[in-house]
Design a protein around this ligand. Structure first.
Ligand code: GUN
Length: 295
């Protein structure tokens, strides 16, 4: 089974983005990403740190707004407004999930659509559903870039996606059904009947459900390409931290069946961050009246 490395693919893409950052800087444009982190969820803190590190690596300006766990909705909205009003800020990302007293949808909708580099705002979601996306949803577009750069065509393929979340499953199903990708897409969820049988019909099987070892051998057709979007922390006393990250796919169980698969870690995760940087470059370009930079 071939390993589809998101670490390697994201490196390749980041090199392309670095060149574009230099090009923008030669026009006195400096891409700037603002990240809002509310509370002390350790996983969110790791994601945000990785995003900041990648900003530095690519030559972006980055702004971080850390807010306490008991932040009130109005105070969060005030920070969003301040970043909306700052012309130096091209992209705004508010890390989710938010603490329970905050209203996630209200925050997402408060971010100006032209700064919504997550592509979470209903306006950008609508453009995507209409087949005219401006920003690309980061994780779904990361999946498409891995497939493309390893030479796996989606045209005419049966794609089965496990999971219908707003961040991954649903936007990925929309993208793959567009003319540019031409896949035949099935979206599965907790109420899907004969799930394993449906998954076995997939030429490309994508799991975004968040349950360790969910995808077993009987879910995978011989020769299928398997994309594991899950990032699950499991208890492991043999590990220095007492835990480790695993995906949704039982990698050992599928290794003699699948033609190729993405590992966890080092698969889709690093792609998401690269795509966020890509969207931030385009946010800066659009705000300067320039056309879309294509990957
Ligand atoms: N939490 C997990 N993934 C993401 C993401 O891509 N963007 C934001 N804002 N929060 C997340």
């Amino acid at each position: 089974m071939k390993i589809l490395s998101g670490t390697e693919t994201s490196k390749e893409i980041k090199e392309e983005l670095k060149k574009e950052v230099l090009n923008l800087k030669s026009m006195n444009i400096e891409p700037t990403l603002a990240v809002i982190l509310v509370g002390d969820d350790p996983a969110s803190a790791v994601y945000v740190r990785n995003k900041q590190r990648t900003c530095t690596e690519l030559g972006f300006q980055s702004i971080e707004r850390k807010m306490p766990e008991d932040t009130k909705q109005e105070d969060l909205l005030a920070v969003v407004k301040e970043l909306n009003d700052d012309p130096a800020v091209n992209g705004i990302l508010c890390q989710v999930p938010l603490p329970p007293q905050c209203n996630e949808q209200e925050v997402i909708q408060a971010i100006l659509p032209e700064k919504d580099v997550d592509c979470f705002h209903p306006y950008n979601y609508g453009l995507l559903a209409a087949g005219i996306p401006k920003f690309m949803p980061c994780t779904p577009f990361g999946v498409l870039q891995i497939l493309k750069r390893y030479g796996y065509e989606t045209k005419g393929k049966n794609v089965v996606i496990i999971g219908r979340s707003n961040i991954v499953g649903r936007p990925l199903s929309i993208l793959m059904s567009l003319k540019e990708w031409n896949a035949t897409v099935t979206v599965c969820h907790s109420q899907t009947a004969k799930l394993a049988e449906v998954c076995r019909s997939a030429d490309i099987l994508i799991s975004a459900i968040g349950i360790p070892n969910f995808v077993q051998a009987h879910y995978v057709k011989k020769g299928a390409v398997v994309i594991d979007v899950g990032i699950n922390r499991v208890h492991d006393p043999s590990h220095p931290k007492g835990s480790r990250l695993v995906g949704d796919v039982d990698f050992e169980a599928i290794k003699d069946l699948a033609e190729a698969a993405t590992p966890v870690p080092g698969g889709v995760g690093p792609m998401t961050i690269a795509m966020l940087m890509y969207n931030t470059i385009n946010a800066a370009r659009f705000q300067e009246g320039l056309e879309k930079f294509e990957l």
